[in-house]
Write a new protein. Structure first.
Length: 186
């Protein structure tokens, strides 16, 4: 596989878009919700392949560095968040012929991976969208449950919907006519 200039440019677009979405959310009232809207870009690896995988992972480095690096233990998010995205996007790419399954598995990867450390940075809310969580759960379990549920919404619902919309034949042809490579289903 050859990584051409167009692939690098597409990776840069994905990285910038992911980082900007993270930064905007970090500055808004939505930052209190553990729902990372930028994660809806993760499933696009099933359509755009390695440029999306690289871009979303690099964008996570930049986005996390701008929003959590200065916080106590924030370096964990800068280091491990992109690894979670890299694994999730790669799995979705491998499972591109079973996209919904790939998105669900990618959500689980992000949820377990990020949920296992994010509580050290931001703490864990006592409720999730108004649902009270058992106070008897260990803090890391609560964190994993919350991040996994949020990832399911961002990746397996919003991201899968975006992927499905962009996978329409007329959209694919328009993307190809602009010189973009898209990954064909097997």
């Amino acid at each position: 596989m050859k990584f051409e200039t167009r692939d690098m440019a597409l990776s840069a677009v994905f990285a910038a878009l992911y980082a900007v979405l993270v930064a905007i959310q970090g500055l808004s009232a939505a930052a209190t919700i553990q729902l990372r809207f930028a994660d809806c870009l993760i499933p696009l690896s099933a359509l755009f392949g390695w440029p999306a995988i690289v871009g979303v992972s690099l964008g996570c480095v930049v986005g996390n560095a701008t929003t959590s690096a200065a916080l106590p233990n924030g370096i964990y998010d800068v280091a491990f968040g992109p690894v979670a995205n890299l694994i999730a996007t790669s799995l979705i790419y491998v499972l591109r012929n079973r996209r919904l399954l790939g998105c669900v598995i990618g959500s689980m990867v992000v949820g377990v991976f990020v949920g296992s450390y994010i509580w050290m940075i931001f703490g864990v809310p006592s409720n999730f969208f108004g649902i009270e969580l058992p106070a008897t759960w260990p803090i890391w379990v609560t964190s994993i449950v919350i991040i996994t549920a949020s990832s399911l919404v961002a990746i397996a619902i919003i991201g899968y919907t975006l992927l499905t919309a962009l996978s329409k034949p007329n959209i694919i042809e328009a993307l190809k006519s602009k010189g973009l490579k898209v990954v064909a289903e097997k």
